[in-house]
Design a protein around this ligand. Structure first.
Ligand code: PEP
Ligand code: MG
Length: 575
């Protein structure tokens, strides 16, 4: 019997394939006496070498696919395996106590883990996780148990996991991974954002898929509807094969729009830009015909490694993006860490409400060295394209003024030392805190542009954590409270002659697009896969017509009313 499971639609598309359970089996380790310690040490060394070869392979693969900045974590794992303190302690335990390699390794590693875990510092605590990961890998060879890793795939699969960490996603091979399903997460969680930038279908937040899915069984994943079907019937498979063929046909149709500009039926040009997390995402941006990059989330350059990226490393990444976009606008956002995004090597206090805490610009203004390094890298790269710098999580005018003053200081410093810096850099802010939205008229006097970050703006307006499934019903993009806020921001910017974009997920949503067009939004920035469908949709709409409905939706009383109204009014266009 097939089993249907609902989740959150994280990335569109349909996939049919075999389950790859990315859950590591609990390893059972027993202590047994041994007769020949030398042979046992040899067995340990062989397992060690196999684990090392695995890690080297993963590091090479990640470097080739994702770039050199993503390999640090695997290099750190390799260092653990080469650490003489660990290796020698295991070997002498085998020799002196005449016990099997599994139990010797288990005892030694547990000792190390305990020491690291008790340290106060976050970075050291992460080392405990490294040792646990690496010993598990060696142990799996000693016990002859297969270790699940997405890096060694040789056939097409759909990954089923509790969640995917940044290092899991860094290893995903698009040739074999046709989709993924997770227990936890929402539409704006890290794994969902990654799935969209990799353009693979995904459903997240199913709560218990890992408990019910069996390795190698057949699974259907419908990323359009957020549905997963385990052990589907022949009929279900055939129906989804047809849906997938329709999808593919539609995609082929959309490809014709790649080279075109986005123009409404009444001849208004709007800019359709892409959200990226690293220079590697540019492939999708270019193949989908984006007219710019509307959001480069630079925090991904800082994640999945064990130290801060240097000024030079950052400069190279920014330069690459600017050059490849060949003069098209590129909005690069300064570091937005905190909330649900952490750096293992940056000690951050535990917070009760991290989304209301020490994150993004707040953290950067407090850690100026970190901020200045990034700003210098951006300024140095500015001469290679059309750079716009954006500060995240601005709540007050003073925060913007402070950040801008630091930028100006760094620019002056570079110019005084004879370095060329572009004079055309626009400096803008994200509007994602209700206070900033309400003060948009005053902020508009000082900034060059706004980009509305609805992922956060919705959670702060509705007081509903974007990661919390239990309050997900309150996360309502079409709620008039949210729409009024957006309208206010667009009007305030236009009154001062400034442009406004949107880089939250809402910008790519076909229900939201007619409303946003009507309000006069200038730039829509979204995951690359949404660009062509949005271009098609916008090409069929008249901005003037859409504008006539703005007041109607703003005076409605619920999200449901707005959604029904848009579906009714724009139905012929949306189909
Ligand atoms: C947003 O808040 O809408 C946004 C684009 O930023 P992030 O999702 O990275 O917080
Ligand atoms: Mg945000």
């Amino acid at each position: 019997m097939s089993q249907k499971i609902m989740g959150v639609k994280a990335s569109t598309g349909i996939a049919i394939g075999k389950v790859f359970l990315l859950a590591n089996p609990e390893l059972e380790i027993k202590m047994t006496p041994i007769e020949e310690p030398l042979a046992e040490i040899k067995r340990f060394q062989v397992a060690l070498e196999k684990a090392k070869a695995d890690l080297q392979g993963i590091a090479q693969h990640v470097e080739a696919e994702m770039g050199p900045d993503k390999v640090d974590i695997f290099k750190a794992h390799l260092l653990v395996l080469e650490d003489p303190e660990l290796v020698d302690s295991v070997q002498s335990k085998i020799e002196q106590e005449r016990v099997n390699a599994e139990s010797a390794l288990n005892e030694v590693a547990s000792g190390f883990i305990l020491v690291f875990e008790q340290m106060d510092n976050e970075y050291m605590k992460e080392r405990a996780a490294d040792i646990r990961d690496v010993t598990k890998r060696v142990m799996s060879y000693l016990l002859g148990v297969e270790f699940a890793t997405p890096a060694n795939l040789t056939e097409e699969v759909i990954i089923v996991a509790e969640d995917l960490t940044p290092s899991d996603t860094a290893q995903l091979d698009r040739r074999y991974v046709k989709g993924f399903v997770t227990d936890i997460g929402g539409r704006t969680s890290h794994s969902a954002i990654m799935a969209r930038s990799l353009e693979i279908p995904a459903v997240v937040g199913t709560r218990d898929i890992t408990r019910v899915a069996r390795s190698s069984s057949t699974i259907i994943l419908d990323g359009h509807e957020g549905i997963v079907i385990l052990d589907p019937s022949e009929e279900e498979i055939a129906a989804y094969q047809r849906k997938k063929a329709d999808d593919d046909a539609q995609k082929a149709e959309l490809v014709k729009l790649v080279q075109q500009k986005t123009v409404t039926s009444d001849d208004h040009h709007v800019e359709l830009a892409a959200n990226i997390g690293s220079p590697q995402d540019l492939v999708g941006v270019l193949t989908n015909g984006a007219e710019g990059v509307g959001l480069f989330r630079t925090e991904f350059l800082y994640m999945g490694r064990d130290q801060f990226p240097t000024e030079e490393e950052q400069f190279q990444a920014y330069k690459q993006v600017l050059e490849q976009m060949e003069g098209k606008p590129v909005v690069i956002r300064t570091l937005d860490i905190g909330g649900d995004k952490h750096l293992s090597y940056l000690d951050m206090p535990e917070e009760l409400n991290p989304f209301l805490g020490f994150r993004a610009i707040r953290l950067c203004l407090d850690n100026q060295d970190l901020f200045r390094t990034q700003l210098r890298a951006l300024l140095l790269a500015s001469v290679f394209g059309n750079l716009k710098i954006m500060f995240p999580m601005i709540a007050t005018l003073e925060e913007f003024q402070q950040a801008k003053a630091i930028l100006v200081e760094e620019k002056k410093g570079l110019q005084e030392s004879g370095v060329a810096v572009s004079e055309q850099i626009e400096v803008g802010i994200m509007i994602e805190i209700p206070a900033a939205a309400m003060m948009a008229d005053q902020l508009a006097d000082e900034v060059d542009f706004f980009s509305i970050g609805t992922n956060d703006l919705i959670q702060y307006t509705m007081a509903a954590d974007r990661m919390n499934e239990r309050v997900a019903y309150l996360y309502q993009p079409y709620h008039p409270a949210v729409l009024r806020m957006i309208h206010l921001v667009i009007k305030a910017a236009h009154a001062k002659g400034k442009w406004v974009g949107m880089c939250g997920e809402m910008a790519g949503d076909p229900i939201a697009i007619p409303i946003l067009l009507g309000m006069g939004l200038d730039e829509f920035s979204m995951s690359a896969a949404s660009i062509l469908p949005a271009r098609k949709l916008l090409g069929r709409m008249s901005r003037e017509e859409a504008a006539k409905h703005t007041n109607t939706v703003l005076t409605m009383s619920s999200s449901k009313q707005v959604e029904e109204f848009v579906r009714r009014t724009f139905e012929p266009i949306n189909n």
